[in-house]
Design a protein around this ligand. Structure first.
Ligand code: GDP
Ligand code: MG
Length: 813
């Protein structure tokens, strides 16, 4: 009986009969092997009921029910579907011998392959370069380059992002594909996970089509042997048309052999006979027509492999469309494409791209049948056992929250110690420098501007290191994909991806690492939206402000509720914002949840540490310079200009106190301190920041603030903790020996109402994050457009919500 995949229960097996999704989702599903005639078994459903996991071609694939609903399957497996398999669907082309000029002793080699096939490990093994090893689909975003000197050659290596197919899909896949097509490396090494040939060979069939100088590395050969899989390498070599080297990147097997082959391919000493597979008859006919037509365009034919171009056109490949659309032959090309679609619609009711994909899978099935001997008993593997617990319908969520809690504790509780050490180290340095330097401009600039600015950057480093250590471990072990799987349903409700969860909870600790954690999101729209809304998750630095205000304006019995309310308000605004942004600005740009759940693996300590160090270094270098500049700016603003009148006035006040004979020395000291505070407050009012605060008064009056709050909030952009200390200065409220503390005195000193206090808390919760976070946001988003949008958005949301809170409180209390 034919039915949608989404209706199957756990344990049910079926065969795909058709995929009715559209656009990218369809492409993705086809590339992951969900096409006609392919068998699979539903093995899991997420604790929240969505997404599901199927075992297909030997790997675990998770997909949302929404996507599963578009796939029709047949539960009674009929034999005629098997008839699709064709063996030896390829044509050996005559061996090509390139007479390359070998005086160039440098070879450019690209590593291409599925995510988690071991490209990065291989790259590290060969180049020993700094590079990340993860276990989360598509961790490598940027290109990483390195080189190895081998037998008089300098072999340049590039580790491309993992990709399942050469169809442009995610940005990383576009990077990988464009590199191969546009940059034309001398040799392409296709890194194949030997334990999962069937899925990995799908990319291989497309590399064959490109007619590049390819070499095939069947990696994880140690695992292959352990699992008892037998691969007939000479035979597979014949089918693929180029040399195959068995490697193990983690056990360092086959490395020299691989490099030897690279050199031999480059020197033209190896038979790279470029096989390409033959498609169904009608496809081949249309390809032939297209190729003839394309040939007439000399620009295209000098630049691209025409066979590949023709295949991509029939595959409905948008990037290729865009290229060909620029050419004058496009009209005729389009006619052939439409004609092909017509032919297939009439005869078999399927799109040509589906047929092409099916043909590739059929070729692979034939090849596998000829070359691979699977062990007789397919045992449940370790990953299955672990997932039975970790993705369990009852235990899945508690385990997830437990792990998140651990990460949070680890990052912020453990991180507090080194943070405090750094804090005191900087205080010590500031004090040391302070006593060494004479007073005045230079001292203040160095101590209050530069040292505190640099310190403000460096104190976050422990948090960043610990958070990224946790995230890297999650990725390297393979849990990250599961975490996304477990919470995806909830996150999908607001239009986000399961992976957005980790940045969001990290935001409760500190916005800086939270924004950096958004890197795990591959979809640009998801990433930008998540980055924007993490700023609403109340970070640790805002807590002192709440404590001060709640302590001053609310009875202890209500304190807890108010604090909880503030935090929840942040979460609510964040979720609402995401929902609205996805609806308004980033429509249709969601990442489909069709994701491999990679097998659990033991993380490689050195590569995890290397990657964590790399991230922290990048933070210090890039964000550091911006933050340093900004902190000097804010320092200048709060300290300049200096009013000579005010200074002279307080100078005379001090001499008056000195010469007053009615006071004792203790009283004099107290009066002097008071005068100094008053002076600081007056100078602050006179400074640029003070004037700015006053300037903003009309703007913030409707939400219950005066210019003094304006100054504090402005200074708070440097760091949220500063809000409290600025208020301290402005109100000249005493602390320490024998004087009243700010909190108890705050209400009387300021004369604010409860409405103002609430409004202020809400504003502090929601307004633009500190400049460290803004700098990181800018670095990570890469565009001023987004940074300005974030600033404007957080500011206006803060204003409107504060306005509501202020007015409502005035009404009801
Ligand atoms: P990439 O996504 O292709 O860059 O793959 P990685 O290099 O990040 O490797 C994915 C996982 O496979 C990591 O946990 C590696 O330690 C592991 N791995 C890589 N090569 C081998 C290998 O040859 N044998 C085994 N057993 N594991 C490997
Ligand atoms: Mg990688």
């Amino acid at each position: 009986m034919e039915q949608p995949l989404s209706q199957l229960n756990i344990g049910q097996s079926a065969v795909v009969t058709s995929v009715n999704a559209k656009g990218e989702v369809k492409r993705r599903l086809l590339d992951m092997g969900l096409c006609r005639g392919v068998g699979f078994t539903v093995i899991r459903i997420a604790p929240l009921g969505d997404p599901i996991v199927i075992k297909i071609k030997g790997f675990d694939l998770s997909l949302r029910k929404e996507e599963a609903a578009s796939i029709l399957v047949e539960t009674e497996i009929k034999d005629n579907l098997k008839g699709l398999e064709r063996e030896k669907l390829y044509s050996p082309v005559d061996t090509l011998h390139k007479n390359r000029q070998t005086d160039r002793k440098e070879i450019n080699v690209a590593l291409l392959g599925n995510p988690n096939s071991g490209k990065t490990s291989l790259f590290n093994c060969l180049a020993g370069a700094h590079q990340k090893v993860g276990n989360f689909s598509g961790v490598t975003v940027e290109k990483y380059e390195g080189f190895v000197k081998y037998k008089d050659y300098k072999i340049n290596l590039i580790d491309l992002p993992g990709t399942y197919s050469l169809t442009a899909y995610s940005p990383e896949e576009v990077v990988a594909r464009n590199y191969i097509i546009e940059e034309q490396p001398d040799v392409v090494i296709d890194v194949i996970d030997g334990t999962n040939l069937e899925r990995n060979l799908y990319l291989t069939t497309q590399i064959m089509e490109l007619e590049v100088d390819a070499l095939y590395a069947i990696n994880m050969i140690d695992e292959v042997e352990k699992q008892g899989i037998e691969i007939d390498i000479p035979q597979i070599q014949k089918l693929l048309g180029s040399h195959v080297v068995a490697t193990s990147a983690s056990k360092h097997i086959g490395m020299d052999l691989l490099l030897d082959h690279v050199i031999r391919v480059y020197e033209g000493d190896i038979n790279v006979s470029k096989n390409k597979l033959i498609y169904s008859l009608r496809i081949e006919e249309q390809l032939e027509k297209l190729k003839n037509l394309l040939q007439s365009d000399s620009w295209l034919s000098s630049r691209y492999n025409l066979h590949w171009l023709a295949v991509k056109l029939l595959e409905n490949d948008q990037l290729v469309y865009e290229t060909v659309k620029q050419r004058s032959i496009w009209i005729r090309v389009e006619r052939i494409i439409n004609e092909t679609i017509d032919i297939f619609e009439k005869s078999i009711h399927r799109d040509p791209d589906v047929v092409i994909t099916e043909d590739r899978h059929a070729f692979i099935r034939g090849a596998i049948r000829e070359t691979v001997q699977m062990p007789n008993k397919v045992k449940k593997n370790l990953t299955d056992y672990i997932d039975d617990i970790v993705l369990n319908r009852i235990l899945g969520l508690p385990i997830f929250f437990g792990i998140m809690w651990l990460i949070f504790q680890f990052t912020f509780t453990v991180g507090q110690y080194p943070m405090d050490w750094l804090d005191s180290i900087f205080a010590f340095i500031a004090e040391g420098v302070g006593t060494l330097l004479p007073g005045g401009f230079l001292k203040s600039l160095i101590v209050d501007g530069i040292i505190s600015g640099v310190g403000g950057v460096l104190v976050f480093v422990p948090n960043i290191l610990l958070l990224f250590l946790s995230i890297s471990l999650l990725e390297a072990t393979g849990y990250m994909a599961r975490a996304a799987f477990v919470v995806d349903k909830a996150m999908h409700r607001i239009g986000l991806h399961g992976k957005s969860f980790i940045p969001l909870i990290t935001g409760f600790g500190c916005t800086v690492p939270a924004i950096m954690a958004c890197r795990t999101l591959k979809n640009k729209a998801d990433r930008i939206v998540t980055m924007m809304i993490t700023t609403f998750m109340s970070c640790g630095a805002r807590l002192p402000v709440y404590i001060l205000l709640i302590g001053a304006f609310f009875p202890p019995s209500q304190a807890g509720n108010v604090l909880f309310g503030i935090y929840m308000l942040g979460v609510l605004i964040a979720l609402l914002s995401a929902f609205v942004m996805k609806k308004v600005a980033f429509r249709d740009e969601s990442e489909p949840f069709v994701m491999e759940l990679p097998p659990y693996r033991k993380p490689n300590a050195s590569s995890v540490l290397r990657q964590v160090g790399f991230k922290a270094g990048m933070y210090v270098k890039k964000a550091g310079t911006i933050i340093l500049g900004a902190s000097i700016l804010i320092w200048l603003m709060t300290n300049y200009p200096v009013s000579r009148d005010i200074a002279e006035h307080y100078e005379s006040v001090r001499t008056e106190i000195e010469s007053d004979t009615t006071m004792g020395s203790a009283e004099k000291r107290e009066m002097t301190v008071l005068a100094e505070r008053e002076e600081a407050a007056a100078q602050m009012e006179y400074s640029l920041a003070g004037r700015f605060g006053k300037l903003t008064e009309p703007l913030i009056k409707p939400i219950g603030f005066d210019w003094k709050i304006g100054i504090s909030l402005t200074a708070g952009l440097a760091a949220k903790e500063i809000i409290v200390s600025t208020m301290n200065t402005i109100y000249s409220v005493q602390d320490g020996e024998g004087t009243k503390s700010l909190a108890s005195d705050f209400k009387t000193a300021t004369g604010y109402t409860t409405a103002t206090a609430l409004s202020l808390m809400v504003f502090v919760l929601l307004y633009a994050p500190c400049m460290a976070a803004i700098a990181v946001f800018h670095k990570e988003s890469g565009r001023w457009k987004y940074t300005l949008l974030m600033f404007a958005y957080t500011m206006s949301v803060a204003w409107f919500v504060s306005f509501l809170v202020y007015r409502l409180t005035l009404l009801f209390i």
